[in-house]
Design a binder for this molecule. Structure first.
Ligand code: GLY
Length: 401
């Protein structure tokens, strides 16, 4: 809105992106449709947000067509698209990660699970919209889950294979690394809140709120993560011949033995992106161009001294089947130093209505975390839709324990 000369197109978009630019009736995984549109319209840059198009190889298709695009190629996107590939990669290069392995048949997986101690982590191999990781408390739960993933295919083809690994107790955190394959820049460490309910109760979700920089991420902790995780991961990607250019999100757990890698995502986290963007001084588009052109080492990325908090407003029924079509009221009631990122929304006539599980991320920023948190909740209080669910304790637990 501040740059009328800039045109923004989003495929397929939502009510929020529609208000900022033009939504295109093309699904993110319709690679032919996307290449066709971009070949005709020649955008200066295409930015890929979610994992499905990245894993489907949209970056390779655009590169073949000579179209500039930001994001990792299909080979690199396997770090998110295949948990078995990732486990093999982590073990091959001796990275800090839980003991475990991949399986392609249920009988072998069940036999292995009988040799493990509990709780035990079971992961569908492929993309499962954040729902593919299940923690089994005992052998019976593990056996049932393995059959559900690999035989009943509750996650479809994502269950062609799976990973079983040890459960690691500790504090999870999200580390986002911008890399062009040569240089890298580690963004402030973010804390996601994965459970639906207050006090980390209820089922797992894609994320119900987040804050950054995490106050427990001292200089010493950040240096340890850089030394023991980020640098070895990037060096190993290089050795493996993977040209990763984009945002590498490392899902970590801080354990008694230090940081351990739980998973990779090949994109900005949702809702972590909504709190990392307000912390960047350097224009995002400059970063994207520099990453794509392998000039990141020449770009001095600047951060501000702010703290940001985001609170997700989810639809009734989420993380199961969300109720949709509820009109959202109060979006126009702005508050300084806040921004409402829209997720599952769509325009219906004059109304913005819910159209997905995580509907809005209400974000605020301030010189300290407590003020940012208060502001975010003030903005949340202005927004209403039937059945809205959100946590009241985002950014309330700030220590590492
Ligand atoms: N917040 C976790 C994710 O984006 O996958």
């Amino acid at each position: 809105r501040d740059h009328p000369q800039v045109q923004l197109f989003t495929a397929p978009g939502n009510a929020g992106t529609g208000a900022l630019g033009t939504n295109l009736p093309i699904e993110g995984t319709d690679l032919d449709g996307l290449v066709r549109w971009a070949s005709a319209e020649k955008p200066d840059l295409t930015i890929v947000g979610p994992e499905a198009p990245l894993c489907a190889g949209v970056v390779d298709r655009f590169a073949e067509a000579g179209l500039p695009i930001f994001g990792p190629n299909g080979a690199a996107a396997r770090l998110e698209g295949s948990k078995v590939f990732t486990k093999d990669f982590l073990l091959k290069y001796n990275m800090p990660t839980a003991a475990g392995r991949g399986f392609t048949d249920a009988a072998t997986a069940v036999a292995y699970s009988q040799t493990c101690s509990y709780p035990l982590v079971l992961k569908a191999d492929g993309l499962a919209a954040g729902k593919g990781v299940i923690i089994a408390q005992n052998q019976a739960e593990a056996t049932e889950t393995i059959h559900r993933i690999m035989d009943e295919r509750i996650f479809g083809d994502a269950g062609n294979a799976m990973v079983i690994e040890d459960f690691l107790p500790g504090r999870e955190m999200s580390v986002h690394v911008l890399t062009d394959g040569l240089a890298h820049f580690i963004l402030p460490i973010a804390q996601d809140h994965k459970k639906l309910g207050d006090g980390d109760s209820g089922p797992n979700t894609g994320g119900m709120g987040a804050y950054a920089p995490a106050p427990f991420a001292t200089d010493a902790l950040q240096k340890q993560i850089a030394r023991e995780v980020v640098e070895p991961v990037l060096a190993s990607l290089h050795k493996e011949g993977i040209d990763f250019r984009g945002i590498l999100y490392i899902g970590l757990i801080w354990t008694a033995a230090g940081p351990q890698i739980l998973e990779f995502n090949v994109r900005g986290g949702d809702p972590e992106t909504q709190i990392l963007l307000p912390l960047l001084e350097t224009p995002l588009v400059d970063i994207f161009h520099a990453v794509r052109e392998q000039r990141l080492g020449q770009l001095a990325i600047r951060l501000n001294a702010l703290h940001a908090v985001t609170i997700v407003l989810a639809a009734a029924g989420y993380p199961g089947t969300p109720e949709t079509g509820a009109p959202i009221e109060g979006l126009e009631l702005e508050l300084p130093d806040t921004f409402v990122f829209q997720g599952g929304t769509k325009q219906r006539g004059k109304d913005v209505v819910t159209s997905g599980g995580r509907v809005l991320s209400v974000t605020a920023w301030a010189g300290d975390l407590a003020t940012a948190r208060d502001l975010a909740y003030q903005r949340v209080a202005k927004i209403h839709f039937a059945g809205s669910q959100y946590r009241r304790d985002i950014a309330a637990r700030l220590t590492l324990e």
